[in-house]
Design a protein around this ligand. Sequence first.
Ligand code: ADP
Ligand code: MG
Length: 392
Amino acid sequence: MSLPTLADLRELGGARVLLRLDLNVPVKDGAVQDATRIEASLPTLRWLLERVSVVAACSHLGDAKGKPDPALSLAPVAAVLERALDRPVRFVADCLDPEAGKAASGSLLLLENLRFHKGEKANDPEFARQLAAPFSHYVNDAFGAAHRAHASVAAAAALFAPGRKAAGLLMGTEVAALYRMVHEPEQPYVAVVGGAKISTKTAPLAALLERVELLLIGGGMANTMLLAQGREVGRSLVEREMLETASAVLRRAAERGVRVELPTDVVVADAIASPTRVEVVAADAVPADMMIVDIGPATQERFAAAIAGARTVFWNGPMGVFETAEFAAGTMAVARALAASKAFTVVGGGESVMAVHRAGVAGAIGHVSTGGGASLEFITGKALPAIAALEA
Ligand code: ADP
Ligand code: MG
């Protein structure tokens, strides 16, 4: 791993730093609804503010279409940052404003939403050049955006020389944990994969198959695997066009000697919203008019025992429709099993991370990735554009 960290930065006295953060927070009527990502950015901000002359933070927010959109302004974030850091934050209404570089020593700036310019998502070299021009150094702490080749994380980062660019503290922690899963997993390595659809996870599944000893599959994805094995799954969520992919996963696992465990019992319901019938049935006895909504208690126990015996565990994707309390038991059982395990445990994925928080066990997990899509891409072993640009 050759990712430069903050300690690798040189000539910091008088430095003007462009700091890419993930400040993509929910905003409603001009107020930040959830400040988790802002709070997560504070350690790197504080580290820089103690050592450099000017920090200009930048981020995207929402899916702005390459032109200004007041509803997607980062201005409300400036107010939250001011309070959290107890110092003034100068909001710069255009991320390309060249005045940003002329701010007085000791200034903290927040640049407006990068996606107000088309060049950001296009990874446009000219946009990157203008964004980077006022600054001597570059720090990227936006792991959640690391898998996208966008200008602020890719083309702009490439413009800075070694010693003048680095990963921030969050990015460093994310990469170290995920690197261990990809390159140095201690065996037995067990992956738990679930979530809605197999189609969104074929690449990470294939990559995990090459590294793990045991794959535990639950969630909607397991329905498609069960169907591929010739089981009837009633009205469950399935992806019929993915049956061949599901079979290929099972064949590759057999070739490699990787054990794959599917649910042997499942919770079925007649509806997800306001169900009138909820039952536990064997996985080969799903009634035609019911749908699978969770793994059953015997499967929970089997999965938990497998997790307890592991040295490394990666988990992505809930075991059932955990947003509904009645269908959350399987997902909560897996969350608790990871928390109780002595293994090095990593959880990645939007809903999976929510589930870990809901189970109240986030503190007992080795690493809870904030990366969502980025962590799944990292697991495939592919070089992420933002990381490649920092390492170049
Ligand atoms: P993550 O964000 O952790 O990667 P996904 O986005 O792949 O996970 O999937 C999460 C969603 O999968 C949850 O909203 C959950 O309700 C849904 N899900 C899990 N099991 C089932 C199931 N058996 N049927 C339908 N949806 C399911
Ligand atoms: Mg998701």
